[in-house]
Each structure stands twice: as structure tokens, then as C-alpha cells.
Design a protein around this ligand. Structure first.
Ligand SMILES: [Zn+2]
Length: 265
């Protein structure tokens, strides 16, 4: 069932506090409040979310539409993200950081990486794409899944060691992608330092991915030193060009990124 127009208030009250499933078309209907993300209690505004259930048992949001129950109701992209994380049972209770310093295409990549939806070989084989190499293109030691490519691969390990030295923050003990994409709140870090850590982690993941693609599709191999330089320059440019009231010092950044960015008044 696809709702072709805004549900009436009467219809909302009928659907409230429940999740209904359309047997006919395999679409799952959710009704939630965009503010508190629950269906319980009474709300002035509710949004209806429709997604396909055809991809179960590993659900993926292949079809999605939002309907404003109240025509005057505001609905932010942040609400959409929260809704997505709410209904996607494969995602963790925490979500990725949507840091504005990071370009949208990179955030989109991090989001898909967090959901294990990027086009690594094991995922492509799972989608039925034939004639793919069995092992990682960078080390040939193991099948290329996300954990291998970004954590277990010797190439990635060396990059994380170098990044850890540079930042003076240990990333080498990480065992899962979500530990990188969903960085824990560290009480000892100031706000800008916590953002800097996220910036560098996401930049590192992005550079590892683009470097992998350069090798596979262009046969261009970048040295570890070249990758570290790319991580430093990308993350610095993102923060200083996209960050609000952020002032950077490139020379300090290259030595100690925790002192390389300042918030200016
Ligand atoms: Zn590898």
C-alpha cells in the first residue's frame, strides 16, 4: 500500500501507536513523531514512512517516502536521518557523526560503510555480480570485506599506525567498522578535539577507499607516505573551508592536529 496523499487526522489516529504491514505489496508503514521518534502518546505532528520489506532478512531502505501529516509541519534532514536509524534494524543504536566539516559525498560514503553497503567484493558477490576476484586487491591475503579493507588489511593497519602517531590517539586497537564510524564520546576531549578526531577518522576511511579504487580501476598505487599526506591535506581543507569560525595553521596541523585548528570569535 502506498499512501498517495496526506493521511487525514482520523487516519492518523487509527494508525497511531502501531506499525502496520501491507501484505499485498510488501511495503512496511511506520508512523512516528519527527520530534521524539516514538509512536506512543499524542502528537500534533506525525510522519508516515514507507519502506520495502523485500530485502529482508537484511533490510535495506530501497524505497522511502515521507509524508507530512501536518501540511505546515517542518521536517529537517536531521529528523530524516534519525528516522532512518530508527527503522533500519541493521544499524546500531548510535549513528554516525554528521559533522558539517565533512563533504556530503564523504558523509554518504561513511553512512553506507556503517551499514556495510559499500561495493567491496564480498558485498558485490552477495548481490550476484559474477567474475570478481576472490581476495583483497591490496594484499591478496583475505576476501575483501569491509572489516578487512579498512581494519585487518596490512595496508590499512600501517595507515592506522601512522595516523595514530600523527594524532597521538590510538586507532590500532579497533576491531570493527562501527568503532570507527560511530566514535564514542570521550569525556576527556574538548568539543573541537572530539570533532578533529571524527574529521581525521572519516578522512582516513575515505582516503583508504579512494586509494583502493585507484588501484583497482586505474592501476595507480599510492605509497603509505602519500596516503598520510592526502589524509592530512584533505582533513585540513575540509575543516578550514567548511567549518564555521575555524582557523587553521597548516604547519602546526602537520605536526600536531590537536593544536592545528582553533575556533575564532
Ligand atoms: Zn588486504
Amino acid at each position: 500500500m502506498v499512501l498517495s496523499r496526506f493521511p487525514t487526522k482520523n487516519k492518523v489516529s487509527q494508525l497511531s501507536n502501531q506499525v502496520s504491514r501491507s501484505q499485498a505489496s510488501n511495503l512496511v508503514i511506520y508512523l512516528v513523531c519527527p520530534a521524539c521518534l516514538t509512536r506512543s502518546g499524542s502528537h500534533d505532528k506525525l510522519v508516515v514512512l514507507v519502506r520495502s520489506s523485500l530485502t529482508t532478512p537484511s533490510p535495506m531502505l530501497t524505497f522511502l517516502q515521507f509524508y507530512h501529516v501536518e501540511a505546515s509541519g517542518s521536517f529537517s534532514t536531521g529528523s530524516c536521518r534519525n528516522l532512518l536509524s530508527l527503522v533500519d534494524t541493521s544499524s546500531s543504536s548510535r549513528s554516525i557523526s554528521w559533522l558539517k566539516w565533512i563533504p556530503a559525498n564523504v558523509l554518504s560514503f561513511i553512512w553506507k560503510l556503517d551499514l556495510d553497503r559499500i561495493a567491496v567484493t564480498t558485498n558485490l558477490i552477495h548481490r550476484g555480480i559474477p567474475n570478481l576476484p576472490a581476495s583483497c586487491a591490496l594484499c591478496s591475503a583475505e576476501p575483501e570485506d569491509t572489516n578487512h579493507l579498512f581494519i585487518r588489511c596490512d595496508f590499512a593497519k600501517e595507515v592506522w599506525v601512522r595516523v595514530s602517531w600523527w594524532v597521538s590517539y590510538d586507532f590500532t586497537g579497533v576491531s570493527s567498522i562501527k568503532e570507527l564510524t560511530n566514535p564514542p564520546h570521550n569525556q576527556r576531549l574538548s568539543h573541537i578535539h572530539a570533532k578533529t578526531i571524527i574529521l581525521i577518522v572519516y578522512s582516513t576511511l575515505w582516503i583508504l577507499w579512494t586509494n583502493r579504487n585507484k588501484w583497482i580501476f586505474q592501476r595507480r598505487r599510492v605509497s603509505i607516505n602519500g596516503i598520510i599526506e592526502d589524509i592530512k591535506s584533505n582533513s585540513y581543507l575540509w575543516a578550514t573551508h567548511r567549518g564555521s569560525k575555524i582557523q587553521g595553521d597548516w604547519d602546526i596541523w602537520c605536526i600536531d592536529p590537536m593544536r592545528g585548528l582553533q575556533v575564532c570569535d
